[in-house]
Design a protein around this ligand. Structure first.
Ligand SMILES: O=P(O)(O)OC[C@@H](O)[C@@H](O)c1c[nH]c2ccccc12
Length: 261
């Protein structure tokens, strides 16, 4: 079984368990549930570089990236660096993250926060709102067109913005719908872990202009951004390149300064 199938199978079990532990009405009553969300789209549209910086401790492709940091410092560092938003991995088993990481990030900065998760159920969208997210990720390869519609419309009804992730043309074609805000092209194939920026270049012309284009994964220098910008990308999701250093915030700041030179 490929890794994605395994992740989704585990996720189904996890959700069933959590639904019993914390019923939806409890999520809806949480302090953060009624807040105004912060728009990442606004930030991306008004920024020259458009970095979305990720908090990621480990991953199935890289094992350990960094286990010595705390989310609080990382979030404050990213904010100080001037990124447009922060992505927080909340999957525990494969990425070493948690919803508490999201909550901590929320308490430490005012950046728009993306819940980076394998979302397959509206329940996870309620969780995202209750734990401080402003944006959710939907991954086309693990969802049907109908599921994408249901989940994205539900997210929009909670004032959350939606980033839909694709990796090939078929995924893109089945996914385009008005309830999405941003289309992210993952340069990493989640089945083979192969990374190529060509994926972003190839798919860019097929993304209608009503969506903000985001290029995700494998971006390790500003040259990559200079290369991708002419293809219409306004957002760049970067994890490992910052997280593998002792001070991700400083690394992000350095990266952004380099771009402005
Ligand atoms: O660490 P990188 O190569 O900069 O990649 C970040 C981000 O794009 C990646 O973590 C990611 C993209 N889509 C995902 C879906 C699930 C988990 C993780 C991801």
């Amino acid at each position: 079984m490929d890794i994605l199938k395994k992740i989704v199978t585990d996720k189904r079990q996890e959700i069933a368990f959590k639904k019993q532990l914390i019923p939806t009405f409890q999520l809806e009553q949480s302090v953060l549930f009624e807040r105004e969300t912060v728009s990442i789209i606004n930030n991306l549209q008004n920024n020259e570089i458009g970095i979305i910086a990720e908090h990621k401790r480990r991953s199935p492709s890289k094992q350990v990236i960094n286990h010595n940091l705390n989310v609080f410092d990382v979030a404050q560092g990213y904010e100080k660096a001037g990124v447009c938003g922060m992505s927080v991995l909340t999957d525990g088993k494969y990425f070493g993250g948690s919803l508490d990481d999201l909550l901590l990030a929320k308490s430490s900065c005012n950046l728009p926060l993306l819940r980076k998760e394998f979302i397959i159920d509206n329940y996870q969208i309620l969780e995202a709102k209750a734990y401080g997210a402003d944006v959710i990720l939907l991954i086309a390869t693990i969802l049907t067109q109908k599921e994408i519609k249901i989940l994205s419309e539900f997210a929009k009804s909670l004032q959350l913005e939606v980033l839909l992730e694709v990796h090939n043309e078929a995924e893109l074609r089945k996914s385009i719908m008005p309830s999405l805000d941003m289309i992210g092209v993952n340069n990493r194939n989640l089945k083979t872990f192969e990374v190529s920026l060509e994926t972003s270049k190839m798919l860019s012309t097929l993304i209608p202009n009503d969506f903000i284009k985001v290029s995700e994964s494998g971006i390790s220098n500003v040259e990559a951004i200079r290369e991708l910008k002419p293809f219409g990308y306004q957002g760049f999701l970067i994890g490992e390149n910052f997280m593998k250093t002792d001070n991700p915030g400083e690394s992000a700041g350095y990266f952004i300064n380099q771009f402005s030179l």
